[in-house]
Write a protein that binds this ligand. Structure first.
Ligand SMILES: [Zn+2]
Length: 327
């Protein structure tokens, strides 16, 4: 199994709650543990503007390239804009495109980066300038490699940009008979919503009372209550994955893993442990393997009080992929 990584995607944002140094640290730790050989790492090229334009508006791409966004637009990013930052996002997106392509060829690929799911077609927000996963999907569709993809987003924050980009249309009545039959009964119910879907099926499990406060509808949104535990989370994930498969057969699964459902995260309010998050990763990888869905993975957010915990959680995601898919 190969891992996509390049130093050129390092986000030049200085001291920030988003620790841009985590990507290099993850790579070092995977090498030091002997889990992956140097030759497993492959470096992407930056995406091209025409790739971005499959998802983003020309106006937004121009603003990113030329630094002509408004003060308000820059504030919404919550990271300091620079042309170097935009360039890093071109590499991040190239990385997710490469990981998606390798997943189709080899079954599984992890991008040590990516997952910028708060970027919309015409603006960025929440540390996200470009929606790398959405671009990767649209590029494969343009090139005739796939028609249908599924996004499974387990970051603690809802994938609002992804949901809006793949716009799902009118909500379906809920509960559907097949869903209600398979619903488990955790002690505290999550609020589940489902919507009609087109060519990309989006699943998001996230903390309900957290950013983003406006949550455009995904195909399946599981709005979890504060403090959700390992056991509760894994039951809801299992239910959502089974429900997704009933409704949609993807040719590629894009997993946005996220380290921030962790109990010790500074921007999250769920209660998962490091071991629970590893079990979450195993569940998603087994789901992909057992159903024959090629899977590409991105890392997304992670803001643990101890930065080393964020690195450990992301390292475990790569290890879980290797465990399930083999070397
Ligand atoms: Zn997040």
């Amino acid at each position: 199994m190969r891992l996509v990584y390049t130093e050129k995607a390092k986000l030049p944002i200085g001291e920030h709650i988003f620790q841009a140094s985590k990507y290099g640290a993850i790579r070092e730790q995977l090498l030091a543990a002997g889990a992956f050989h140097e030759s497993a790492f492959v470096a992407p090229e930056p995406c091209r503007d025409e790739d971005l334009l499959l998802v983003h508006t020309k106006l937004w791409v121009n603003k990113l390239k030329n630094g002509t966004m408004s003060t308000r637009e820059e504030l919404e990013l919550e990271v300091p804009y620079s042309k170097e930052l935009a360039e890093a996002f071109w590499y991040m997106t190239g990385g997710s495109m490469m990981a998606a392509g390798l997943a189709l060829e080899e079954g599984c690929c992890v991008h040590l980066g990516g997952g910028f799911h708060h970027a919309f077609a015409d603006h960025g927000e929440g540390f996200c300038l470009v929606n790398d996963v959405a671009v990767a999907i649209r590029v494969l569709q343009r090139d005739g490699k796939i028609a249908r993809a599924m996004v499974v987003d387990c970051d603690v924050h809802q994938g609002n940009g992804t949901a809006a980009i793949f716009g799902t249309g009118d909500p379906e009545p809920f509960p559907r008979a097949s869903w209600s039959a398979s619903l488990l009964e955790p002690k505290r119910a999550a609020h589940v919503k489902t919507s009609a879907t087109r060519d990309v099926f989006t699943v998001s499990l996230h903390q309900e009372s957290n950013y983003p406060y406006w949550k455009p509808p995904s195909s399946i949104d599981v709005n979890l209550p504060d403090g959700t535990s390992d056991g509760e989370y894994l039951e809801w994930l299992d239910t959502a994955l089974k429900g997704a498969k009933e409704r949609f057969q993807p040719e590629l699964l894009c997993y946005i893993s996220g380290a921030d459902p962790y109990a010790e995260d500074q921007l999250g309010g769920l209660g998962l442990s490091i071991e629970g998050l590893r079990e979450r990763d195993r569940m998603v990888f087994r789901y992909a393997r057992d159903n024959g869905f090629p899977i590409m993975t991105t890392l997304a957010g992670g803001y643990a009080r101890k930065p080393a915990d964020t690195v450990t959680i992301h390292v475990n995601t790569a290890l879980a992929a290797k465990e399930v898919f083999g070397a």
